[in-house]
Design a protein around this ligand. Structure first.
Ligand code: A2P
Length: 360
């Protein structure tokens, strides 16, 4: 069909070339038809057009789409397909990191989907993270450029300091986190990255960083789900206009063995309150957890390499958790960090205990 033909419920679009040829009006019409008839999305083949994705405005002036695909633990050979599926299904935010060792494959998928022409680079939000071994200010730009090269992008939407950790042993973190931050600020000035932020920081470490920062962190990315609400940090960020992104929103079930979690039986995905909410709302547990994160005002990064779950994890935009259930989910008594950072603890410092790391 051409860009001037009328579309109807029986219009079938089988490939991306066809979809690319649709006019904006035709796409809008197809979207309306799809919404009017749930389950009829096969009309647009492997593509789903979601024009009204919620997003938040960052201190940097840019916007961040609220649902992003997580890629931590997404294996080589799987991550590329997951990213392509996600983008075709309407995700506009992909969360990456150098240490995940899969950015190259993410980049191939990005390039392939962008070449299909339906989504433009400017519509996609790509995050990467500076790894601990690259905190030396002289190393920061090269590390960032390596991620950009692997991801095949000419700029990053967001670059995060991955942990307040450099691997040095001794009383203080060396180089100081503020020095690394200054090198990240230079990336903004050079136009390599649009926004900068931190991950796995406590309020105290953020206050310390901000005392010398020229650019405030636009985003703080931390673990957050009903079993680890991280409420004090969320409130602190919210008062300052700093956007909070929730990682491991499903409780990171696939990291239990790797992180030697003592109690891997506790999982928000299996929580009875979550299960009851899912049943009452006609949703699955994953969707309830992702929707809860959105209603809290955070962005959220469910990780999946499974096409059905990738799709269903984004089906959280056109319904709400009612206030009574939201309150229940926001008051679960079991609280447990799944990614507790115990791998950074060293009796010789700088972090001698989890209390040193998280300032709790
Ligand atoms: P898979 O990649 O096979 O879908 P988190 O986002 O908290 O880190 O959790 C990621 C883990 O949860 C992965 O093991 C992922 O497996 C699984 N997962 C992703 N989406 C869902 C879902 N909707 N329901 C249950 N498990 C899910």
């Amino acid at each position: 069909m051409s860009g001037t033909d009328a579309v109807s419920a029986s219009t079938e679009i089988h490939d991306y070339t066809q979809l690319k040829q649709l006019s904006e009006d035709q796409k809008a019409e197809l979207l309306k038809l799809e919404q009017a008839e749930p389950g009829a999305d096969s009309a647009i083949g492997g593509y789903r057009i979601l024009d009204n994705q919620p997003s938040a405005k960052l201190l940097s002036g840019y916007t961040i789409p609220l649902v992003g695909l997580g890629t931590w633990k997404s294996a080589k050979g799987e991550v590329g397909a997951a990213v392509a599926t996600a983008l075709r299904q309407g995700y506009r935010h992909i969360d990456c990191a150098r240490v995940y060792q899969n950015e190259h494959e993410v980049g191939e998928a990005l390039e392939a989907v962008l070449a299909e022409g339906v989504v433009q680079r400017g519509e996609i939000f790509i995050t990467s993270k500076l790894w601990n071994t690259d905190h030396e200010p002289a190393r920061v730009e090269a590390a960032c450029r390596k991620s950009m090269e692997d991801l095949r992008v000419s700029y990053l939407d967001l670059y995060l300091m991955h942990w307040p950790v450099t691997g040095n042993v001794g009383p203080e973190v060396q180089p100081p986190l503020g020095d690394t931050w200054a090198a990240m600020e230079a990336l903004v000035n050079k136009g390599l990255v649009r926004s900068i932020g931190v991950s796995n920081f406590s309020i105290r470490k953020l206050e310390h960083l901000m005392a010398t920062a020229r650019i405030k962190p636009a985003v703080v990315q931390v673990e957050a789900h009903p079993y680890w609400r991280n409420e004090a940090l969320r409130a602190w960020c919210s008062e300052r206009g700093i956007h909070l992104t929730a990682y491991s929103p499903l409780g990171s079930p696939d990291s239990a063995a790797m992180l030697k979690r003592a109690d891997d039986a506790a999982s928000p995905l299996r929580d009875p309150v979550v299960a009851a909410a899912a049943k009452r709302l006609g949703k699955n547990a994953g969707q309830v957890l992702i929707r809860w994160a959105l209603q809290r005002g955070t962005s959220v990064l469910p990780k999946s390499v499974n096409p059905e779950r990738i799709k269903s994890n984004l089906e959280v935009l056109d319904w709400e958790i009612p206030a009574d259930i939201y309150e229940q989910l926001s008051n679960l008594s079991h609280q447990q960090r799944m990614v507790d950072g115990s791998f950074w603890i060293n009796p010789a410092g700088p972090y001698r205990s989890l209390q040193d790391l998280w300032d709790e």
